[in-house]
Design a protein around this ligand. Sequence first.
Ligand code: ADP
Ligand code: GLC
Length: 506
Amino acid sequence: MNILFAASEAFPFIKTGGLGDVVHSLPIALSELGDDVRLVLPAYRDVLASVDSLKELGFWDLPGAGVTHRVRLLQAHHDGLADYLYLIDAPSLFDRAGNPYVHSDGFNWPDNAERFTVFSRAVAQMAKGIPGTDWLPDVVHCHDWQTGLVPAFLSMAHPRPKIVFTIHNLAYDGHFSYEDFTRLGLPPEWWTPDHAEFYGGLSMLKAGIVFADQVTTVSPTYAREICTPEYGYRFEGVLQHLGDKLSGILNGIDLDIWNPQTDTHITKNYGVDKIVEAGNNSKADKGKAGKSKAGKSKAWVSAKLANKNALLKKAQLPKSKAPLLGFVGRLVEQKGVDLITDMLAELFAATDAVMIILGSGDRLYETELLKVATKYPSRLHVHIGYSEDLAHQVEAGSDMFLMPSRFEPCGLNQMYSLRYGTPPVVNFTGGLADTVIDATAMAMADKTANGFVFHDVHADALLTCVKRAIKSYQQPEQWQQICETAMQQELGWTSSAKKYQELYKK
Ligand code: ADP
Ligand code: GLC
């Protein structure tokens, strides 16, 4: 089938979170299964700088907020992508440095409503025909609120392709005012509770949900959760109404990029079966593969220790055998960052654990974390910022990975940590509940345990769970079993990409 992916970010061009990873890796998986998948993104400055062979295919004059924008459709090439990349070029809206959604002061770009309305208008034009080609999509697959108006605009086209809309995070709904709605010249009939109006405002996410043919979200548990008031962000009614038009398909991960056996960001490569020096697949090293006995020093165990020591050194934490806890992520309420800050003093008093945190986000969390790090310089290292390099090193070098999210539509970091033999400690919610199996006596006995799970969004519950994980860490045989189960988990895209194909066919 011909599938047009529309999204506001994609690795490796521009990424703020897991959406970027999924928009990169799912099209590759679908292409491998035989679909012709093409991706369209806004032509942000960073994206234009990272592609080559730009070719102008055509242009449209599209209405924005009281002005008309000349919007160019560009075709670009990038080696990392299986098929085509299209860019919607409207310089006054997208040719800006930095983050796709927020200004350097952390506030939303003031013209976001206009930016993503014009982007959506352009994608809807593409879905009807791409200048200079006879390629037509059978399905347009839209992601998150930034593309929410694509299904709405396409609903007015006849004939039109089918539309799948995927919710990656219900907490961000692209909510704008009635003034924005009128300034953008959107059809007045959309201003009803059955369409894009939502509690007195315009919700682009709601437009996506209402006008799409099928709505998905990124894990089966989150698909159920969002139909309840606790997780529904007031969309529960709209979502319940969808019935079987709503489904949850678990994200996969890119097994090439997140592969401890080949990862060039880390000090020493490893895997359950083999160990090789980073960048040096020598036969001698491979020979050590899997020969050691449980409990004895296994090849992957010593390689992981080398990564841990390198990470400790980089973080200027003292070299020690104490358990190293890692965290990578956006520093926002969703991720339960406050649960971590609230339990650290007690954790440091009760155990010898050390921790490294990589993230950026809300200033309040950033400041609080830096404050705690100043208080415990030999126990906590906080890196505020965004670093692909360090993210890989934290996954590989930590002993365990903390993800106490209040809600988590899917979560990719816990899957990366599973793959790197770094058992995750997670709250039982969304995709975390679907991917992490708690190390209970029963799960240890049947060798399915791959991490640690707690059930109450509270610092005490997290602390108790971390202490339980540390106890297990102190029993190498038990710990290695959990790590090996984690590393052998099926985490790729194949099975989920097939589910998307079934949905497209439906
Ligand atoms: P979310 O999409 O809610 O942010 P996910 O777990 O799905 O959460 O995906 C987060 C992605 O963003 C991962 O690839 C993670 O490594 C990356 N990431 C988040 N914050 C940072 C950071 N500060 N530096 C590097 N990578 C980060
Ligand atoms: C969102 C969610 C995260 C999910 C990602 C990719 O950002 O917060 O849980 O993994 O999208 O689908």
